[in-house]
Design a protein around this ligand. Structure first.
Ligand code: SAM
Ligand code: SF4
Length: 334
């Protein structure tokens, strides 16, 4: 029976254990929020003002939790937030995770504002894949979308610094909003390609304000804005599908219109140690309290396994009233 814990029957008693959810989906990818804080206030992202302090997992607790997940077959960890670069120890935490036996890849998602100073240090700490959010190339639009703390020149300088540092992968993620940034999609693609980065367009999920543009329409707009694309088989770790054009790839994440739950291979940990099996779900297991109560690795694994065993087959964010039941994006890190 698949109860969400280790699948010894499939892998053999001496082989590494695998973490399966209730639907048999193999969980290899962990998104870990380093802080709930953010210096931006994106209109589509629920804002939280929680201070870090004792409430969140310490660096040592993160090491412990990541090691437990690695022991269960997790191979890739993405650091997110809030804004992960606001965490003072972000570089050290990235290095700790990279050094964890079993972890093959450390990735980070950021709003880019600190990348000018951090890019080289993050790369040297072992961060292989970097995603930077870039919704617009217009300074006033950025302030309108992300608040007064968002300064376009800092983000663009940060992206240039990341491109120069040379990460294994550099992606620029755009949440597409009707009437806000859907007129500059072609320019965003050209900006990314010129820096050796891959632009990706994400459908707006119902966590805050804004009118979504379905992926199908985004493709039509790109064609109209001078970006000709052909289908391609390229896939990454996540739910994006890719098309190819003159300057490289373009990714699309149809979070709503292309439900990707069937192939979901990820789980999430909030900054305060809440283990969340599904982005659209509401159930959390408090790993921080378990760790602080002295739980053994086995007890941690059992708790995670039980939570995964209850993971629903799919999210329901595409249904009417979804905004009312979903959790804040800042707390779960996307
Ligand atoms: N602060 C970092 C950043 O913005 O890249 C990391 C955390 S942010 C929550 C992670 C990702 O979630 C970003 O790419 C952001 O654009 C995306 N995101 C936030 N709210 C969203 C929404 N309502 N719909 C789609 N994507 C969203
Ligand atoms: Fe901050 Fe990222 Fe949310 Fe924008 S999307 S408010 S940058 S956490």
């Amino acid at each position: 029976m698949l109860d969400g814990i280790t699948d010894v029957s499939r892998s053999g008693a001496c082989a590494p254990r695998r973490l399966l959810d209730a639907q048999g989906r193999h969980i290899q990818y962990l998104r870990l929020s380093l802080t709930d804080r953010c210096n931006f206030r994106c209109s589509y992202c629920s804002v939280s003002n929680y201070e870090d302090g004792d409430r969140i997992l310490s660096r040592a607790e993160i090491r412990r939790v990541v090691a437990a997940f690695a022991g269960l077959g997790v191979r890739r960890v993405r650091l997110t937030g809030g804004e992960p670069t606001l965490r003072r120890e972000v570089v050290e935490i990235a290095a700790d995770i990279r050094a964890t036996p079993g972890i093959e890849e450390v990735a980070l998602t950021t709003n880019g504002h600190r990348l000018r100073e951090l890019s080289v240090r993050l790369r040297d700490a072992g961060v292989l894949a970097l995603n930077v959010s870039l919704d617009t190339l217009d300074a006033a639009t950025l302030v309108r979308v992300s608040g007064r703390g968002a300064r376009l020149h800092e983000v663009l300088d940060g992206i240039d610094a990341a491109a120069a540092a040379g990460f294994g992968s550099l992606k620029l993620n755009t949440v597409v909003m009707a009437g806000v940034n859907d007129g500059e999609l072609g320019d965003l693609v050209r900006h990314a390609w010129a820096r050796g980065a891959t632009p990706r367009f994400i459908e707006l999920m119902p966590f805050g304000d804004g009118v979504p543009v379905p992926t199908g329409e985004v493709k039509c707009k790109l064609a109209a804005q001078g970006v000709a694309l052909v289908p391609d088989m390229k896939r990454g770790w996540g739910p994006a599908h890719y098309m190819r054009g003159a300057g490289g790839y373009v990714g699309f994440i149809g979070a709503i219109t292309e439900n990707f739950c069937e192939s979901c291979n990820r789980a999430r940990i909030t900054a305060d140690g809440g283990f969340q099996a599904c982005l659209g779900g509401s159930e959390r297991l408090n790993l921080r309290d378990l760790v602080r109560a002295g739980a053994s690795d086995e007890a941690l694994a059992e708790g995670v396994s039980a939570a995964l065993g209850r993971k629903a087959p799919r999210h329901h964010m595409d249904e009417e009233g979804a905004r009312l039941v979903t959790l804040p994006m800042m707390g779960i890190g996307g």
